[in-house]
Write a protein that binds this ligand. Structure first.
Ligand code: SAH
Ligand code: SF4
Length: 376
């Protein structure tokens, strides 16, 4: 039987574990506090728990699901970490540091939600690795806790009375490996844990889910209580091209996708973002910019333009600087709110799935599905 992991449990699960081990129920709150507020890395650090109980926990359970196996840091403070999971699979996460003025920084963690991805976008390193499995609640949450500890240990995120519950992590974006909305239930459990004041305590508005465009799940998201942000990876404004770039478009073409987006905006009163990655000679012409402007006309949204970040063996090419600027100004002239986003971490292969693809041999013996497999 697999060893139970604390971050895979919700508050009720922790309570059952604690009382099942014969301890009073208030110890559950202490254990939860140490895990999320205290960012403990071992049961031994939980000094207000009796030594016997800590020993028992260490014997019967694990505190975290992840083991860091590689880390790359660049000069701007972007940290990319490859984690091994209990079954030998690997995922990666990135910590990005931004200046927030007055000497303060913002810390954004980019989190993976699956091992591989079932969507199979041809430009994406993760998509090319095929789909392996969904991550668990703990495997998702632990990526954030890891960087909370990382910042604390660097002296940036020390906990004291003035420290917010979430330490110094200011944002979490679900834009790492995998399609978050294809692992909806577990993603939502992880978000609930990250948000709960008694757990990690990060505001829902500080989290953003990025999706390839699963229309029914977008509709479901619009009915959730927590105000988590949404980014939709569009990349093309006509169905034929989008089906090539984001194959799930065959299942949920633009009409269905945009009608789900409209429902999201109307129900939540929140603006959503569209991600548009520019590829040379494919979707980066003025004609494409006009098509995009007319597709989005009337929808309360924001477009993030991102020049493609490609691995050496990709058949896609990055756009020229001129093409990017021309595309940007065409959208602005047509009153589309948009920003040009700098890809972060290029120097350390921080693009989606690129570190992991170097470690493809790390988990021998698992069946590799083909891109596009995985039931979607
Ligand atoms: N599966 C989700 C979230 C993970 S991918 C989604 O597709 O939205 C996060 C973002 O990285 C997406 O917008 C995706 O299109 C983008 N991306 C993937 N490969 C890229 C590449 N080579 N260059 C630039 N952006 C890329
Ligand atoms: Fe999956 Fe997103 Fe990569 Fe497409 S871009 S393969 S949806 S992770």
């Amino acid at each position: 039987m697999a060893t139970v992991c604390i971050t895979d449990l919700d508050s009720t699960g922790i309570l059952e574990l604690v009382t099942g081990l014969g301890e009073p129920s208030y110890r559950a709150a202490q254990l939860e506090q140490w895990t999320y507020h205290g960012l403990a890395s071992s049961f031994d650090e939980m000094t207000n728990l009796p030594k016997q109980f800590r020993h028992r926990l260490a014997q019967d359970c694990r505190l975290h699901t992840l083991r860091p196996v590689d880390e790359l840091v660049d000069r701007r403070g972007t940290v990319k970490t490859l984690f091994a999971l209990a079954d030998g699979e690997t995922v990666e996460s990135t910590l990005m540091t931004y200046s927030a003025g007055k000497g303060r920084s913002r810390y954004t963690v980019c989190v993976s939600t699956q091992v591989g991805c079932p969507i199979g976008c041809p430009f994406c390193a993760t998509g090319q690795q095929g789909f392996v499995r969904n991550l668990s609640r703990g495997e998702i949450v632990d990526q954030v806790l890891y960087f909370g500890r990382y910042l604390r240990d660097q002296g940036n995120g020390g906990r004291d009375d003035s420290t917010p519950p979430a330490g110094h992590i200011t944002n979490v974006v679900f834009m790492g490996m995998g399609e978050p909305l294809a692992n909806y239930d577990t993603l939502w459990k992880a978000i609930t844990t990250l948000n709960a004041p008694e757990a990690f305590g990060l505001g829902a508005r500080s989290m953003v889910i990025s999706t390839a465009g699963l229309a029914p799940q977008i509709r479901r998201l619009s009915r959730e209580r927590l105000q988590v942000g949404l980014a939709v990876s569009l990349h093309a404004a006509d169905n034929a091209l989008r089906t090539e770039l984001v194959p799930v478009n065959r299942r949920y073409p633009l009409e269905q996708l945009l009608s789900a987006c409209l429902e999201y905006v109307q129900r939540t009163g929140r603006r959503l973002s569209f991600e548009y990655v520019l590829f040379a000679g494919i979707n980066d012409s003025i004609r494409h910019a006009r098509l995009l402007a007319s597709l989005l006309g009337g929808l309360d949204c924001h477009v993030n333009l991102i020049p493609a970040n490609l691995t050496a063996d990709s058949s896609f090419r990055a756009p020229t600087r001129d093409a990017v600027l021309a595309f940007h100004s065409e959208l602005r002239n047509r009153r589309v709110r948009c920003t040009l986003r700098q890809a972060r971490g290029l120097a350390i292969d921080a693009g989606c799935g690129q570190l992991r693809s170097r470690y493809a041999a790390y988990a021998p013996g698992r069946e590799q599905l083909q891109p596009g497999d995985g039931g979607l």
